[in-house]
Every structure is written in C-alpha cells, then in structure tokens.
Write a protein that binds this ligand. Structure first.
Ligand SMILES: Nc1ncnc2c1ncn2[C@@H]1O[C@H](COP(=O)(O)OP(=O)(O)O)[C@@H](O)[C@H]1O
Ligand SMILES: [Mg+2]
Length: 301
C-alpha cells in the first residue's frame, strides 16, 4: 500500500521538482518502489528523469481522457523508480478539469488501480493552487512542502494551509502536513535562521531536520536526465536528499487505508468543491536566478 505524498508549494522556483525527483531517487536507493507523478505543465520532473515530456501519454490523458495510469507509467533509469510523465498538455488541465464531474477527485481515481504496487507515490505539483493541485491534495495522504528561506515564505505557507483546510473539509479529513523542508540553504543568510524559527513557531514539529543546501550539482543533474544521486553520488546535494529520505522513512506515519479503500468514504460521487471555495491562483514567484552559486553550506555538514 503506497503512501501518497504531494510535493507542493504554490510558489515557483522553491525546489519542488528538485525535491520530488531527488527524494524519489533516494527512496528508491533505500529499496522502496516509487512512482513519481509529474503534475506540472513544465514537465521538469519528466525531463530530469531522462524522459521526453512531448513523447508519450501524460497525466493530462489520465485526468481528462480516463487513460489507464499503467498506459502512461514508464520506467526511469533509476531502479525502483517509475514515472507518470507531465508536459505542456497539462497547461490546459485546470480548465478541462473544471468541466468534469467530481473534478477534484480525478487524480485519486487514476491512481487507484496501482495504489497497492508502490511504497510511495510522490506528486510534483504545479506552482499554483488551482484544480490540478487540489486534485493532488485530494489524492494524497500528506503533503511535503519545500520552502526557500525568503521574507514572504511564511505568508505562502499560511495561504497553502487554508487550501489544505478546504481539501480536508471537502474531500479528505485525514490529509496531513508530512513536513516542511528548507531548500537552497546557505549558511551565511541570517534570514535562514529567522525563517526557520518562524516556521517552527507556526508549524511545530513539522520542519524536517535535514536542510537542502544550495548545490550546483542539483541544478546540473536534470540536464543529464538523471537524479543527482546518479550524476554525482557524493555531492552535498545528493547526500542531503538521501538524509531527507531517511528522515522521512523514520518519521512518516503509515498511510490511512481509508483514502484508497474500494468504497472510499472521503469525497462521495456528489461531493464537489465549488469554484468559489477554490482560492485564486497565487502569483508565480520569480524563477530562481541562475548562477550566483555558492559552495554548499549545509549547516549539518
Ligand atoms: N538545492 C539547490 N541548489 C541549487 N539549485 C537548486 C536547488 N534546488 C533547486 N535548484 C534550482 O532552482 C531552480 C528551481 O528549482 P525547481 O526544483 O525547479 O523549483 P520548482 O519546482 O518549485 O519550480 C532550478 O533551476 C533548480 O535546478
Ligand atoms: Mg517544478
């Protein structure tokens, strides 16, 4: 039985895809069978695993055309890691989903047939709180939030929490926050410490001890179609994601079996969220500027 975890943050460029890909590869390294679902139109997770996002079926086909998920899943170069590809067709997913019945539960329905086959199913979410993200949350036992240490990080987390509460009340009361992981951490920034303290205060017990350092290997690996672990096993970034995987395995609770029970009690056929309750799409963050790489300075190292 899989634990389904959405990697989510409505801001762009905070390290969602990097976390989804490298956490998935690290969990596979520890012998777990992993499915990574790329729910983003940019298809970055797909490219990062060496699959051409324009080639085969994507998550859009599962959600909108009811394609069986097994027709979309492909193997990645990492043993034990499988991918349901994303790609540009997903740019129209929010609109197309709005036309569907039970529009927030399409992804959960797609996952259902393969739910027993994996140890973890990770969903790389798009940078918005639209219907695609709502689908991901309604299909997940928990969410993992990559968070960059910026002045507005906490505001974003509060907004995300409101969406989580809506999903809990409409579809899935047992949805929990698995944890918040700080990404692109540089030791020099005093801000890192402040953001860390604020998160610990507002989300007690939710901050992962492992912090992901800013590390150039993590940004290089996708262009080789590999997770960082396969690109440079000894890079600080690779080691940080292994540590995160270990921490996740140690602290994660077993999945609530009710979410994928045959007669799922959460979100009946008539239960649907109205347009009004779906929050406005959050503005996308300015993408992380390239360059300016500092030697990784994980405080744990
Ligand atoms: N820890 C890191 N160190 C260096 N670069 C990183 C790190 N995490 C992410 N990046 C880079 O930052 C950019 C945004 O990361 P990405 O994972 O795509 O964010 P998101 O999926 O939230 O939009 C990418 O270019 C990625 O390679
Ligand atoms: Mg992304």
């Amino acid at each position: 039985m899989a634990k389904v975890v959405a990697v989510v943050n409505q801001k762009g460029g905070v390290g969602k895809t990097t976390t989804a890909v490298n956490l998935a590869a690290s969990l596979a390294y520890y012998g777990k069978k992993i499915l990574l679902i790329d729910a983003d139109a940019q298809g970055n997770a797909t490219t990062a695993l060496g699959v051409d996002p324009g080639e085969g079926a994507t998550v859009f086909d599962l959600l909108i055309d009811d394609l069986p998920i097994t027709d979309a899943i492909c193997g990645a170069t990492t043993p034990g890691l499988f991918l349901a590809p994303g790609g540009v067709s997903l740019a129209g997913a929010d609109l197309a989903l709005a036309e569907r019945e039970n529009r927030a539960l399409c992804l959960r329905r797609s996952i259902f047939p393969v739910y027993e086959e994996y140890d973890f199913i990770l969903i790389d979410c798009p940078p918005s709180l639209g219907l695609l993200t709502i689908n991901a949350l309604a299909a997940s036992h928990s969410l993992l939030i990559p968070c960059q240490c910026e002045f507005f990080s906490l505001e974003g987390l509060v907004q995300l929490t409101r969406t989580v509460e809506q999903v809990q009340s409409h579809y899935h009361p047992a949805l929990t926050i698995e944890g918040i992981v700080l990404t692109m951490v540089t030791r020099r920034l005093k801000l890192t410490r402040q953001v860390e303290e604020e998160i610990a205060k507002h989300f007690p017990g939710k901050l992962f001890e492992t912090k992901i350092p800013r590390n150039v290997r993590l940004s290089e690996a996708p262009s080789y179609g590999k997770p960082a672990l396969a690109y440079d096993r000894h890079a600080k970034g690779s080691r940080a994601y292994l540590k995160l995987a270990k921490e996740l395995l140690e602290r994660t609770q077993p999945p609530d079996p009710a979410l994928y029970a045959e007669q799922a009690p959460y979100g009946g056929e008539t239960d649907d969220v109205s347009h009004e309750t779906i929050p406005d799409q959050a503005p996308e963050a300015t993408p992380e500027p390239e360059g300016g790489e500092e030697e990784c300075q994980n405080e744990e190292d």
